[in-house]
Design a binder for this molecule. Structure first.
Ligand SMILES: [Zn+2]
Length: 261
């Protein structure tokens, strides 16, 4: 018996037969669902969704749209936030500018008020009167009788003052006489701003010259005992003119200008 290959039942299946058998196998596998995990996942996902019976809301396309929507919303929010921030910054700048303007105006007003007050204080000071000797007193009154004076009557008042005491202009005016005045010794006559005159006699030194403007309290010289005197003091007169004999009551004059004598 020869070992010949048998024909018929032992031959390999034809190509067509093999293909048919494989197709049948695939179909059989498909019913189990196993093929889904083996084959392309995309192919498996869609039937799976359909199998749930739910409307396929969540799909790959929707996810992308949502991402775009979310991105757009985020961009819009960022733009709105940036706009709001810019607006807030502008408002803050405006408020700061307004505050700075108000502060500047307030400072300007305060400065003007201060200047006004200073001018007012200076005007008041210039219009005020002071005693010719600070912290002194009248040692010989007006129109007192004495053989010392040629008229026989005192044409001014004497302020107690040691030699070298500071003598002040009693008010604002201009020096019209500064020098030797005979029995008055070294003397100064000032034409006051109100048109009256004041005289300061027996000075040990003169500190001003004719034509010089003086202010209240300004030192014009030092007291002494020059001229017709028995001792150092300041002789003070108030006059209606620069001339001797036009004298008026110096105490009343000073008091009328607010000086306490
Ligand atoms: Zn006198």
């Amino acid at each position: 018996m020869a070992f010949t290959r048998a024909t018929g039942k032992h031959r390999r299946p034809s190509r067509i037969q093999r293909g048919t058998a494989r197709a049948a196998g695939v179909a059989a596998l498909a019913t189990t669902g196993v093929i889904g995990t083996v084959a392309a996942p995309a192919f498996a996902a869609e039937p799976a969704a359909e199998q749930t019976g739910l409307t396929p809301v969540v799909t790959l396309g929707d996810t992308v749209a949502q991402q775009i929507d979310a991105q757009a919303a985020a961009q819009k929010q960022a733009a709105e936030e940036a706009a709001a921030k810019k607006k807030a910054e502008e408002a803050a700048r405006e408020r700061a500018a307004e505050a700075a303007k108000k502060a500047k105006e307030a400072a300007e007003k305060a400065r003007e008020a201060k200047e006004r007050a200073a001018r007012e204080a200076e005007r008041k000071r210039l219009n005020s009167f002071v005693p010719p000797i600070s912290g002194s007193y009248v040692s010989t009154g007006y129109q007192a009788s004495s053989g010392l004076w040629s008229s026989g009557s005192h044409t001014g008042i004497d302020f107690h003052a040691a030699t070298g005491t500071s003598v002040h202009a009693v008010g604002m005016g201009e020096v019209v006489e500064a020098g030797w005045g005979g029995s008055y010794g070294n003397n100064i006559v000032i034409k006051m701003n109100d048109g009256t005159y004041t005289q300061y006699g027996h000075l040990s030194s003169i500190g001003v010259s004719v034509g010089q403007k003086v202010t209240p309290g300004q030192q014009i010289g030092l007291s002494g005992a020059t001229g017709n005197v028995t001792g150092p003091h300041l002789h003070f007169e108030a006059r209606t003119s620069p001339e001797y004999g036009s004298d008026m009551d110096p105490v009343a004059y000073l008091r009328s200008h607010g000086v306490n004598v």
